[in-house]
Structure formats: C-alpha cells, structure tokens
Design a protein around this ligand. Structure first.
Ligand SMILES: C[S@@+](CC[C@H](N)C(=O)[O-])C[C@H]1O[C@@H](n2cnc3c(N)ncnc32)[C@H](O)[C@@H]1O
Length: 528
C-alpha cells in the first residue's frame, strides 16, 4: 500500500456510492467522487460540487461502518463571519475502497506533519491558508497565472514612473537597506529584491506565489554580484516560513484605486508574520484621493453603449426588455483612463491607509465620507479617484503618485460615473459616501452616493436637494484608453470633438487588462 501511494496519492480519485452534505437540510445522498489533487481533497456530488475544501490539519474522519464514513472539517473565521464545522457523509462502493481512502488520508496527514505541521512551504500546498479561505480558488488561479507570465511583469517594469520611483526611493535611502534583512512581498520578476541588494541589503527573501518565481531565480542568478544575497521562495506570503525576521519589507501591492487585487492584505499579513516591531515598510502608507468631476462626453459615451438594446426590430426581435439592465450594467463599470484634471469641479480630499498600522480585517470594508464645495456650476457626473504611496525613507521621503495631470502610470485614474448626474452651483456643498466592500474575487464592490446640499437662502437649515447613487464592481472596469485630452473647460457650452475621442461606431481600442488592475501601457501614454 505504502509503495502504491508514494506521491501518487495526490492524483487519487475514489468513486463514492453516495455523498451527502450534513450541513444541508435535508441532506440529499447522491453518487459522487472524492479526488485528491494539488489543491487538496475535493468531494463532489455527481451533479454538483459540495464546496467542502479539506484541510489536512483539521480534518477528522470517522468510520461508521465498513463502507460508511463521516468527514468533518473545522469551521474558520472567513472575513468577519464565523463559519461552522462542515460534515460530509460518504459511502464507498466496497470495503477495500473505504480502506484505501482512509489509508490515503493517513498518508496525507503524515506528509503534512513531516513538513513541520503546516505543509505550507509551496504554493501547491494542500492546506487552506488565510489567503485560500477568503479568495475564490478560480480567481486566485487566474491571478497567479497572469502574474506568472513574463509579458505582464514587463508591462509593470516598463512603467518607468512606477519602477523609477521605487528605484530612486531605495537607492536614495541606502541606510535603510544596508546590512538589513529584507522581504520582498510578491517579488514578481525579482526587480525590487535586486534594487534592495543594490542598496546593500544583507539578505533579501523574495517571496512570489506564481510561476514567475522560476524566472526571478533565473534573473537573479544572472546578476551574480547580487544573487548571493537573494533567496527566492516560491509560495504565498500567508503560507511560507522564513528562516529569520525582516528589518524591512518592500512590495508593490497596489491595484487600481489602491486596493484592487486585495494584495494590501497580503502586505499587512507579511508585516505581522515577518517584520521586526521597529521594522520599516516600503511603501509605508497609501492615500486614496477623490474629487467630483464633470464629463459630458464620457457620460454620453457610456449611456450610448446601451442604445443597442433600444432596437425594437433586431431580426424581428424586440430587444428593449433588456435595455434597462444593459444601461445599469455599463454604469456599474468603473472607468479607467487618464483624464484632464480640469474636469474636477472641487478640490480633492483623501483617505489614508497606513500600511504600518492597519489591521488586515480593516481592509475588508472601507467607508469614506465625502464632502466637497463645488467651484463651478455644472453637472456632476461622478467621482474621480486616484492614489499615491509614500516611501518614508530615513534619508528621503518620496511619493509615487497616479494623480491626473502627473506623468501617467499603468494604473491611470478611476472614475465612478453616476447614471443620474446631479446639478450644482458654484459654492454648493456636495456630500456623500464611498463605501468599498471586499469580495472573494480579489476585488471590491463600490457603493457611491453623491448629494447636493441645499444652496442659497435657507441653506443653513440643511437639507439635500438631489441624491444619486450607484453600485460598481472594481473587478470589471471599462478600460477607456484614449489619450488624455486638453478638454474644453465648460463642455456643455462648448461641445468640441475630442481628439482622438473614441468614435462610438468604431471598434474600441482594447488593451489587455490584468485580472485586476495592470493594463498595458501605450508607450505614448508615458510621461505626458
Ligand atoms: C504588482 S506585482 C509586483 C511585482 C514586482 N514586485 C514588481 O514590482 O515588479 C505583484 C506580485 O505579487 C505576487 N503576489 C500577489 N499576492 C501574493 C501573495 N499573497 N504571496 C506571494 N506573492 C503574491 C503576484 O504574483 C505578482 O507577481
């Protein structure tokens, strides 16, 4: 038995006479399978998968008869809600298969224990880490597949605003790195590890979960002067063990709107796991900046996308029943592009996220109250957002900004467009709320409300004149890659064609977006 198991247990599959989920009332028993693969043990009913992911550290298997067992998995804290223990009733086709299954589970547990009780040193671990608990496996798979490709790492490396700022921040703050132990959180190609080694780091642990770890090894080995002080560790920062604590963490965990991809949470987890209490983080904090904007062209462009569904005779079919849904669908996409800062109609405000202090759970829900004073009378089409991060070096403080009007980065800026714009007068107060709720596809649902407060005589009594709200999915942005324009200030009065605004009849210029944020940069967009 031992021999036939070996490493092969990882591909074993058992046909089950019946499977029933004990947490479902009443449990329905259907034939199914129990499959061991690189993700662990998956138990399926024939018709659908019981979403029971089995952690070898906590699984308990009870034999109720020669062919009948119960598999129990401990509950865990996922997000803020406690989950309860789960149980699956499984019945084997015969006694031999039942015995083999029990034997494989024992082997599995033995192997995990031999790896130090956690078995968490490789990304193909069978255990469920903090990352796996909160992130849907299909999303993680796509995400790490994306980052495992060199072309997407190149895309980031070719964002010279980004990479140049990191390089300057590290090299100008040599004293923070010289002789220090560094952890590069999500090392990708290993570029930041190499920068840290250039700045004199004693040792750098480059932690990378995707297949890019292999390329990072190759790149680092090709720079022998630095390579001896860098170790690449393949795995998630939530899972890997390091031989020593770090004096400094370096990372580029920022997504669109700073928080997309939910990698800030991994950065914070790495801080709690690896950083000495007095350690530094590069970057140390981030700020989300927000301001209301007016953009008649953008609004019309989005609204027009749904016009297709206004057709009453599309090959004899009336499409209008879906117009409303399509309209809302287009307005649920945040717009990613570089816009002219003159479209902003009030001074921006910002929300600080201090990476050195924030708790990981505080990133699950971000609630930002909004208050602006309109500087012009116009239609407000929504909220524009961008971010910056601070490298709080001991020698030089440096900001990396993605602000409109600054040299364009691959993050561009983000705009949430209201399907019902509101009207304001100069001096009128705009209030509202930007509420971000994390979801398990490594992104956020955005809830935006903007209201125009009463204006003019009687305004002191307060009161809201108009309110408009929208719900958007940060995971599904509309990449609108036109060049930033010299917009006419008052578009309403002076409609001018934007050069080269997308012709609505033309196919869109489609960039290849990342699973979350990283879009390719048109080289022409650089440093405008
Ligand atoms: C935005 S890229 C930055 C890559 C590189 N540090 C750079 O600056 O060019 C983020 C990288 O972190 C990796 N990553 C994301 N979450 C991770 C996690 N929890 N553990 C380890 N690596 C992770 C991704 O695979 C990706 O390669």
């Amino acid at each position: 038995m031992e021999d036939s198991l070996g490493q092969k247990w990882k591909q074993r599959e058992f046909t089950l006479a019946s499977v029933s989920d004990l947490s479902v009332a009443p449990p329905s028993a259907l034939p199914g399978t129990a499959r061991f693969d690189s993700d662990g043990l998956q138990i399926h009913q024939q018709s659908h998968q019981i979403p029971l992911s089995i952690d070898p550290r906590t699984v308990q298997l009870f034999r109720l008869s020669p062919v009948h067992s119960v598999c129990m998995v401990e509950g865990s804290e996922a997000g803020k809600k406690a989950s309860y223990s789960r149980g699956v009733n499984i019945q084997f086709r015969n006694e031999e298969e039942s015995a083999a299954f029990h034997c494989v589970v024992q082997q599995w547990k033995k192997e995990i224990n031999a790896q130090g009780g956690n078995g968490r040193n490789e990304s193909n671990t069978t255990s469920k880490s903090k990352f796996d608990e909160k992130i849907e496996s299909s999303s993680a798979k796509m995400y790490f597949h994306y980052y495992g490709q060199l072309l997407h790492q190149q895309n980031m490396l070719q964002d010279y605003v980004r990479t140049g700022t990191y390089h300057a921040a590290v090299i100008e703050n040599r004293s923070d790195f010289t002789g220090r132990v560094v952890v590069d959180v999500g090392a990708g190609s290993g570029i930041l590890s190499l920068f840290a080694a250039q700045a004199g780091a004693k040792h750098v642990y480059a932690v990378e979960a995707s297949e890019m770890a292999e390329y990072a090894r190759k790149l680092i080995a090709g720079n022998p002067m630095l390579a001896q002080r860098i170790t690449v560790i393949k795995g998630k920062v939530e899972d890997v063990e390091l031989p020593e604590k770090a004096d400094i963490l370096i990372s580029e965990p920022m997504g669109t709107l700073l928080v997309n991809e939910r990698m800030l949470e991994s950065y914070v987890i790495a801080r709690d796991r690896f950083l000495v209490p007095t350690g530094k983080m590069f970057p140390a904090l981030g700020r989300i900046h927000m301001a209301p904007f007016t953009d008649e062209y953008l609004f019309i462009e989005i609204a027009n996308k749904a016009l297709f569904w206004q057709q009453q005779n599309y090959y004899g079919v009336d499409l209008t029943p879906l117009h409303g849904t399509a309209f809302q669908g287009y307005f649920s996409q945040p717009v990613v592009d570089a816009f002219d800062p003159r479209l902003l109609i009030a001074p921006s405000i910002f929300h600080v996220i201090d990476f050195t202090k924030i708790k990981e759970e505080e990133l699950y829900e971000i609630d930002i109250p909004l208050k602006f004073i309109a500087s012009v009378g116009t239609r407000v089409h929504g909220l524009a957002c961008w971010f910056d991060v601070l490298f709080n070096g001991s020698t030089v403080q440096r900001w990396l900004t993605t602000a409109p009007g600054s040299p364009t980065t691959h993050w561009y800026q983000l705009r949430c467009v209201l399907s019902q714009p509101i009207y304001v007068m100069a001096g009128q107060e705009i209030t509202g709320r930007l509420h971000l709720i994390a979801h398990n596809a490594q992104s956020y649902t955005i809830y935006l409300t903007l209201s125009a407060k009463m204006w003019g005589p009687g305004a002191e009594q307060g009161g809201i004149l108009q309110t408009s709200s929208c719900k958007l999915d940060l995971k599904e942005p509309y990449y609108r890659m036109s060049q930033p324009q010299a917009y006419a200030l008052a578009q309403d009065q002076q409609p001018q064609p934007l050069i080269p605004t997308q012709d609505l009849d033309e196919p869109e210029f489609v960039q290849q977006p990342s699973p979350n944020s990283c879009v390719q940069i048109d080289p022409l967009m650089q440093n405008i």
